[in-house]
Design a protein around this ligand. Structure first.
Ligand code: SF4
Ligand code: SF4
Length: 162
């Protein structure tokens, strides 16, 4: 259940504009995730330059229609390298998509209209075309040697206004 915009306001200023990542409560932290699923896509890194590109090949646990992890509580048994985002991780990871709520707050930027905290509706991230919904293949169905055939740029696109 996503909190509505009204419930997360303090003195008419939403918490993500008032607090740093380190100051968020656990509930506020969780609610910053917009449910886009983009961080669950496999990425390829150029060993020489460090540049990272996204692919449309999703983690084996990502549900491609809901963009949610299908076994979140136990995910590290299946996917040991799944990253548990923390404020420190968000500061250090340079490949978070430009629409990611954690990256936006890290960079002192506002959330977009389609973020569930702003819209009050978890569907708007999908309706705005931001999420990975319906655009992925599972890594269970693609050889790792073929991942480079699935490089995509749509996870880096930002649509709409704030
Ligand atoms: S990219 Fe950011 S907002 Fe999107 S699912 Fe991952 S953590 Fe959540
Ligand atoms: S284990 Fe779950 S949360 Fe982690 S990358 Fe895979 S789908 Fe995403």
């Amino acid at each position: 259940m996503y909190p509505t915009a009204a419930k997360v306001m303090m003195n008419d200023v939403p918490f993500w504009k008032l607090k740093s990542l380190d100051e968020l409560t656990p509930g506020e932290w969780e609610s910053l995730c917009d449910g886009c699923g983009l961080c669950c896509l496999n990425k390829l890194e150029d060993w020489d330059t460090g540049d990272v590109v996204f692919t449309s090949v999703a983690c084996r646990l990502l549900d491609g229609s809901t963009c949610r992890c299908s076994d979140y509580p136990n995910r590290q048994k299946t996917v040991p390298d799944c990253i548990q985002l923390t404020p420190q991780e968000v500061r250090e990871i340079h490949w978070l998509p430009p629409t990611c709520g954690y990256r936006l707050v890290r960079d002192g930027e506002d959330l977009y209209w389609w973020h569930p905290l702003v819209s009050g509706d978890p569907e708007t991230v999908h309706q705005a075309g931001i999420s990975a919904r319906g655009r992925t293949v599972s890594e269970k169905d693609v050889d790792v040697e073929d991942f480079e055939d699935y490089v995509v740029d749509w996870p880096l696109k930002v649509g709409g206004e704030r």
